[in-house]
Design a binder for this molecule. Structure first.
Ligand SMILES: Nc1nc2c(ncn2[C@@H]2O[C@H](COP(=O)(O)OP(=O)(O)OP(=O)(O)O)[C@@H](O)[C@H]2O)c(=O)[nH]1
Ligand SMILES: [K+]
Ligand SMILES: [Mg+2]
Length: 445
């Protein structure tokens, strides 16, 4: 699929122009390209200042170059890094020179990482961690991605897989040994005990997990309520900028408006919606439909209203907090107030003046903290990983109950369990999946 006789290159740093731009090359022709540009190969792994020149000896830029001969490199192949001045002209000249070299082409998104993976430098969970780290917006996301990148889940999965293979070797040895008749108990007992232990261990990782996957995606808070309650005003306050149009005209907001917030390190998406009411305007009807739809999928709904007796509409499972707005008009005290909606808290605010917003924000941070739970220790960050671990435990459970029916059956279930862990690590038939995963990466990564 990926002809590795091709050497790839890409801009691995950010948008141009920039003070410095880093162009990375990987593949068997990286060294000769460097030699052509610099006139020699520098000492490996040492930052070296060099004048880059084109084929006719014309200088391109004064640069710092790095030479990482494979396999001791990030991708496992020969790697070159060119740290040049980040101007569009320098990069354009360099790229046209590189493109003209034989067996040299620009990299596809994630292709460097993919080569690292294919050369056994990282496993799939680490590649996913790398992707998460690059896309981490908040501090907590960064820490979680870094744990993944360090291979904590990968290390555990590798050890589980080894133990499963050992247990099945014990059973299979017994099968050969027994010829006809039953596998001797002295072989089966330790194998069974090991499978039982493993099962408990993987199950505890699965259940301690809670919502680490969600830390990647964030928590969704929907602002809903009747028209003119001040939803868009609150949205703008939370976003600290004018993202939504505010007007005294009921039915101003039609589309869903999203902002990403970093609430004390937790990623939270806040969504402003159309005021919910009966209407004959087909466009507003569509807005109301979208508002209800989004509220149904929310993790938390803030129901904004102008009085405590507001008719809260519940769409999904999510808790709904009553937020009474415009207390500057009613003269009510700010802050949280005795609950008027069952177990859920209620708040008194003025979205316009900002009164009571501090208490609301504090409660949101508390909600996020509870919601994400003790994910600091979580290992699983993706649905893919959870699904495969679920498959592993299911197969282990089946293998334990299959023991009485026959050792071959039990051994077969263990093979299925080991296969699921192999998939988790990206070691077995995941070609189709690789395309999906690496496509999400940035170019130059
Ligand atoms: N006095 C006062 N007016 C407010 C407050 N919050 C919002 N308003 C006003 O109420 C009107 C409606 O505000 P919006 O934020 O557009 O209300 P909305 O709920 O988004 O309205 P729709 O999008 O039409 O459903 C505007 O004139 C706001 O200035 C508040 O706390 N106090
Ligand atoms: K309005
Ligand atoms: Mg609005």
């Amino acid at each position: 699929m990926h002809p590795h006789d091709q050497t790839i290159f890409a801009l691995s740093s950010g948008r141009l122009p920039s003070a410095i731009a880093i162009v990375r090359l990987s593949g068997s022709h990286a060294g000769s390209a460097l030699q052509m540009l610099v006139g020699r190969l520098p000492v490996p792994r040492m930052a070296t200042r060099a004048l880059l020149r084109d084929g006719s000896g014309e200088p391109i830029d004064d640069a710092v170059v790095l030479w990482f001969p494979g396999p001791a490199s990030a991708t496992g192949e020969d790697v070159v890094e060119l740290h040049v001045h980040g101007s569009r002209a320098v990069i354009a000249t360099l790229f046209s020179l590189l493109s003209a070299m034989p067996q040299m082409r620009t990299a596809e998104p994630g292709e460097f990482t993919r080569r690292a993976f294919e050369n056994g430098k990282i496993d799939l969970t680490e590649a996913e961690g790398l992707d998460d780290l690059i896309h981490a917006d908040t501090d907590r996301q960064r820490r979680q991605a870094l744990r993944q990148l360090k291979g904590l889940l990968g290390d555990r999965a590798r050890s589980w897989r080894d133990q499963i293979i050992e247990a099945s070797a014990l059973i299979e040895a017994g099968i050969d040994f027994a010829d006809e008749g039953d596998v001797p108990a002295e072989l089966m007992a330790p194998a069974l005990a090991r499978i039982g232990q493993l099962l408990t261990e993987i199950e505890s990782v699965l259940s301690a997990q809670g919502r680490a996957e969600r830390l990647r995606d964030g928590l969704t808070v929907v602002i809903a309520g009747p028209p003119n309650a001040g939803k868009s005003t609150l949205m703008n306050q939370l976003a600290r900028r004018e993202v939504a149009i505010v007007s005294p005209h009921a039915g101003t907001t039609r589309d869903l408006i999203e902002v990403q917030l970093d609430l004390d390190g937790y990623p939270v998406t806040v969504i402003d919606t159309a005021g919910i009411r009966e209407t004959n305007d087909p466009i507003e009807q569509e807005g109301v439909r979208r508002a209800r739809d989004r509220a149904a999928q929310a993790d938390l709904v803030l129901w904004l209203a102008e009085d405590d007796q507001a008719d809260i509409e519940r769409q999904g499972e999510a808790p709904v907090w009553l937020v009474r707005n415009k207390i500057d008009l009613s003269g009510d005290r700010e802050g949280d107030c005795p609950s008027s909606s069952g177990d859920n808290p209620a708040f008194h605010i003025s979205a316009r003046s900002g009164a009571g917003l501090a208490q609301l924000l504090e409660a949101l941070v508390g909600f996020a903290r509870d919601y994400f739970g003790s994910i600091e220790s979580g290992l699983i960050t993706r649905e893919r990983q959870r699904t495969l671990l679920d498959q592993t435990t299911a197969a282990l459970r089946r293998s334990i109950s299959a023991i009485d029916l026959g050792e071959e059956l039990a051994a077969e279930e263990l093979r299925i369990a080991a296969l699921a862990l192999g998939r988790l690590l990206g070691r077995v038939d995941v070609e189709d999946l690789l395309d999906v995963i690496f496509r999400e990466f940035c170019i130059g990564k």
